[in-house]
Design a protein around this ligand. Structure first.
Ligand SMILES: [Zn+2]
Length: 1058
């Protein structure tokens, strides 16, 4: 998107220019299968006759050019030559194609109501124009669009495009499925979407199509983890469009527009170092040089007798722009972006003017001009910078938050559309489960008793969701709905896959049910049936134990574990504080082995059991005494008078902290919108917020229910054995009695934090934040609230050096610490105004009942000694993002081992647990008999004992397949790691850098794979699946109920009968 133009002289934004009529129809009527001559016919229609000197090359010319263009190797070798003694101006022709924003992905791809923004036509038009002139170059970025366009072309056109790619004239930058957002994305999902795009390129164009640079010209701020990931994917550099206006002004003045960005404090340099170039003008052309059909700038007319002649003026103006830009950069090369949002639908118009400009400016050299203009690409520009052999400064922080003016901090989108953000995170979780099942079971998962299962639709939908207007919450409502639709469709295909795989593994042929609304206690199967099976699949490399909650009908239940042992269970009736229609919930303790499942049987029994109803409630306020919930690890105290949390105690660590937690809202100003957060007042409302409370204490859970208002409530919860306090908040519909409200949950403590707090970067490394401060420039703080907000992808914490309060989130949110000892997270926002950044739609979120969206989520709170805190929050964050999958199925008969029961109730895909430091980041099918495997060290340097290097033996780690060959690749799996050679840069910190990636091990030993702190290692594994599934569960030996299991069952029946 192109929301704001930095230069006021640019006039109306591109979005407003929709009345040009002299272009081709952009509609779905163009036959994508047309042949070359068909394309020629279209070219004739699409050429703008107002372009001076425009003419249509004949088909002969096309073919001739294809023959005469010198075929050379791809990559840097195809770069155009520059004039070493001149100032070289690299013109980069590009189009920015949002994968959904104001229109859906399909609307952008196929058609447009206003004859603009049709990606099919953009790509077809660009390709024709490249064929027409061998000096022209173009870059393309979004594989979500390109791959679709590619599949629609015939072989002849595909061959012609392959030639362009081979010649380096069509170059791919970034090459991910989308240009992902950096604030609200989880690193796992970023890696997945880049892998999808880069491997489409690798499979289609080989190394010719491999991008050398990342191109993140539109995301609204930039994360350090993104730089680290790109470096590990083998990129040589990144180009950025949006950096804070104050930061940029200082950089221009001090010529720091380019430097080396150090993406990790754990990985040894230059593993995570990435050369970073900030573009001069977002990603727009300089003012006066926009020659798209969407723009109003005059074309270049160089016919001397023509009354429209303007060549002299254009050249003079261009040279002024060049001189001005060159003052801010350090080498004798500068880069100019020639394109913008959905430009080049009539590519010939753009290119013809650029052809003329280049010719006219370079002709000035005969008169002594020292400026040389050329068609180039970001990679070719980067290569020239590299050759300049300069010493570059090093950046170690990130580019958040982003502001484009004193009252314009783009920190609202950290929290915008919280339901979509949660659905995206949940879908990441489900995709990993789907991937693992497909990998563990092999092709059986794709074709089984439940039909054709497929992980690809969810993988693609998740990749689309990473786009910088998708999970960011900054697309229009109809586009947001379409994103959710894509995810839901992807889930459907994965559910079939999972059903096939689980049927195979459990030898159970009943239809599996996936209850999607467990978060609001709705599941038809468990509420209607009196006898069903519950399968718990655990995607982690370690066993998990926790309490499962299922909505049920009234009555009493017996739950048996896979061994037939009775599991402690109870039915809890929700207090009628917020909803009177809440169903009773069955709670029972479950566990699941690593990368595997346990199956539990649930049976309703008709007898009254006086011990079953355990809900205890206290009278509502006013209370005379404090409310307390506690287990063996943690104790939480609520003020008896106010009902508000006032104290958390860690019993293990003997820590006590006064914590006052409640909800507030900022009244929005007219400037707040989907992107921008701009509160009316610095202090949120209300001053005091005293909830009604209700206490629930049973054997399996202790809860304090708090009702703050009709639209804001919370349950604070402790389960046995759980170290963290769980705060489940429910907010909405937010009343719209003013401009808007931005709701926060705030934790106030007495910790002395010195203005410092800590947030994660894309769910991975941690960055220190300081109030009213930026590490690399002297901030003039103009927004004490919004200007201190940072993205919280998974956690935020404060510490006084001794005690640490960490809050983990279940989705991305904005967060801050506006006072010492305090931290806050924005959970929901609803606004009646638009922030004028291009969306042109208020963030109203009406929800399914059209009264406003209600959102439910969880904050997990940990109190630790600072030195031990990482072990707690890292492992809890891993469990949160890779939560177990609950699958239900009806069963026949009650306790008999009938055909209605699964034969195998225990399965583990791992023969042994992974060490705590190791996360299985990816296990996915990669091809016939090939898997993609990513192992990650999830601790940073200095995070205690778990930060030590870990060595794994992969040879017999997995139970369902044997690894026959292992190849290590870059992070996105598109090239062998030992063949990667990145450009080296000399920095002020370390001198000359190199080699660019980790030194590859000479020979890969699958018996000893070592992971250093924060290292991710990616492998392509050739595998052979084992034939007999019964051996897969051998390590845990629980195929059939043991004799004691049967005895226990009989005993439990007897007890119930008594
Ligand atoms: Zn964009």
């Amino acid at each position: 998107m192109s929301k704001v133009h930095e230069s006021p002289s640019k006039g109306a934004s591109n979005r407003d220019i929709q009345k040009v009529t002299d272009t081709a129809a952009c509609d779905s009527g163009i036959n994508p299968d047309r042949d070359i001559s068909g394309i020629m016919a279209t070219a004739i229609i699409m050429t703008n006759s107002c372009v001076p000197g425009a003419h249509i090359p004949s088909l002969f010319l096309f073919l001739w050019l294809l023959v005469v263009v010198q075929v050379s190797a791809s990559g840097y070798k195809t770069c155009p030559s520059v004039h070493p003694d001149m100032l070289n101006v690299h013109l980069v022709a590009h189009t920015h194609n949002d994968v959904g924003w104001l229109k859906t992905v399909d609307q952008y791809f196929y058609r447009s109501e206003n004859l603009f923004d049709c990606v099919i036509n953009i790509l077809s038009s660009v390709v024709k124009s490249l064929w027409a002139n061998p000096t022209r170059r173009f870059i393309y970025v979004e594989m979500a669009f390109f791959s679709r366009w590619w599949k629609l072309q015939n072989k002849e056109i595909q061959k012609g495009v392959q030639d362009l790619v081979h010649q380096g004239r069509l170059e791919f930058a970034n090459g991910g499925w989308v240009m992902n957002d950096e604030a609200t994305t989880h690193y796992g999902a970023i890696v997945d979407q880049m892998t999808l795009g880069l491997n489409f390129l690798e499979n289609t164009f080989g190394k010719d199509g491999r991008p050398h640079v990342a191109w993140h010209i539109d995301p609204f701020g930039h994360s350090r983890e993104q730089a680290s990931l790109f470096a590990q994917m083998g990129f040589d550099g990144i180009f950025l469009g949006r950096v804070d206006y104050q930061d940029k002004a200082i950089r221009e003045r001090t010529r720091q527009m380019e430097q080396v960005w150090r993406g990790s404090m754990s990985l040894p340099p230059p593993t995570a170092d990435l050369f970073t170039s900030i573009l001069p003008n977002l990603y727009e052309p300089p003012a006066g040089f926009c020659w798209d059909i969407k723009c109003f700038d005059s074309p270049v007319v160089d016919e001397i007798n023509n009354p429209e002649y303007n060549a002299d003026i254009v050249v003079a103006q261009f040279l002024r722009v060049v001189a001005d830009q060159a003052r801010h950069y350090r080498s004798n090369n500068i880069i100019m972006t020639m394109g913008s949002d959905f430009h080049y639908e009539n590519a010939e118009r753009w290119f013809k003017n650029l052809d003329t400009l280049i010719q006219l400016v370079n002709a000035q050299q005969a008169s002594g001009s020292q400026v040389h203009v050329l068609y180039s690409t970001p990679a070719c520009y980067l290569q020239e910078l590299n050759k300049a052999n300069l010493t570059w400064s090093v950046k170690e922080d990130d580019f958040f938050p982003y502001a484009d003016g004193p009252k314009s901090f783009w920190t609202g989108y950290f929290s915008s559309r919280p339901a979509l953000k949660r659905y995206e995170r949940l879908s990441y979780n489900f995709l990993q489960v789907c991937n693992q099942m497909e990998a563990l079971v092999g092709p059986v998962a794709n074709a089984g008793p439940f039909g054709a299962g497929n992980s690809a639709p969810l993988r693609e939908a998740m990749a689309v969701l990473q786009h910088h207007d998708a999970v960011s919450g900054t697309a229009r409502q109809l586009v947001t709905d379409d994103y959710a639709r894509q995810l839901a469709e992807g889930w459907g295909h994965c559910e079939v896959l999972l059903s096939n795989a689980l049927a195979r593994l459990s030898d159970f042929k009943q239809k599996f049910t996936f209850c999607h609304r467990l978060n609001v206690s709705v599941c038809l199967l468990s509420q209607k049936l009196s006898n069903f099976q519950v399968l718990i699949y655990n995607p982690l490399g370690r066993q998990v134990n926790w309490i499962l909650r299922l909505p049920v009908s009234e009555g009493h239940f017996v739950v048996l574990d896979p061994n037939g042992q009775t599991v402690q269970s109870e039915v809890v009736q929700h207090p009628p504080l917020v909803s009177t229609t809440h169903p009773p919930e069955l709670l029972f303790m479950v566990s699941a082995p690593p990368l595997g499942f346990h199956i539990y049987s649930v049976t309703q029994v008709s007898l009254k059991n006086p011990a079953a109803d355990l809900t205890k409630s206290s009278p509502q306020k006013p209370q005379s005494s404090d409310l307390v919930i506690e287990n063996e690890h943690t104790r939480a105290v609520f003020d008896g008078q106010t009902g508000i949390l006032k104290e958390i105690e860690s019993l293990d660590q003997k820590l006590l902290l006064r914590v006052h937690q409640t909800f507030f809202w900022y009244n929005a100003s007219f400037i707040s919108g989907a992107y921008v957060f701009e509160p009316e007042d610095l202090n949120p409302l209300p001053k005091s917020f005293s909830p009604e409370t209700h206490l629930v204490k049973t054997a399996l859970v202790q809860e304090v229910h708090q009702k703050f208002s009709d639209w804001c409530s919370q349950v604070v919860r402790l389960y046995p054995g759980q170290r963290h306090l769980e705060l489940e908040w429910t907010v909405g519909p937010i009343p719209l009695d003013d401009v808007g409200k931005e709701i926060i949950s705030r934790f106030a403590t007495v910790l002395k934090t010195g203005g410092r707090f800590y947030t994660d970067s894309n769910g991975r490394e941690i960055l220190e934040r300081r109030r009213d401060y930026r590490p690399t420039w002297n901030l003039n703080q103009t927004e004490p609230v919004a200007g201190n907000y940072y993205p919280v992808n998974s956690r935020i914490y404060i510490t006084d050096g001794n005690m640490q309060l960490t809050v983990l989130t279940d989705r991305s949110q904005g967060g801050s610490s506006l006072r010492d000892g305090s931290l806050e997270l924005m959970v929901h926002r609803r606004l009646s105004t638009d922030d004028k950044k291009g969306l042109q739609e208020p963030l109203m979120e009406m929800g399914p009942n059209r009264k406003g969206l209600t959102v439910r989520g969880r904050h997990l709170v940990l109190l630790d000694k600072t030195q031990n805190a990482a072990a707690s929050h890292r492992l809890l964050a891993e469990r949160e993002v890779l939560a177990p999958q609950v699958v239900l199925a009806p069963s026949e008969g009650s306790f008999s081992h009938s055909s209605g029961s699964p034969r195998r109730k225990v399965f583990s895909g791992l023969r042994r647990e992974l060490p705590p430091a190791v996360r299985l980041l990816t296990l996915a099918l990669w091809g016939p008999r090939k898997l993609l495997l990513r192992l990650e060290h999830q601790f940073a340097v200095g995070e205690g004992n778990l930060s030590l290097p870990v060595t794994l033996d992969l040879r017999d780690l997995f139970s369902t397949f044997t690894i026959t060959h292992l190849q290590e690749t870059t992070l996105a799996a598109n090239q062998p790691r030992d063949r990667v050679s990145r450009l080296q840069w000399t920095t002020t910190k370390d001198g000359n850098q190199g080699p660019a990636l980790h030194t590859p091990t000479s020979s890969l030993d699958s018996a000893a794979i070592t992971l250093q702190p924060m290292e991710i290692r990616t492998f392509l594994a050739s595998v052979r699946w084992k034939r007999f599934p019964h051996v897969w569960s051998a390590p845990l030996k629980a195929d059939a109920p043991s004799p004691t299991g049967w005895a226990n069952r009989c005993l439990s029946i007897l007890l119930l009968l008594l």
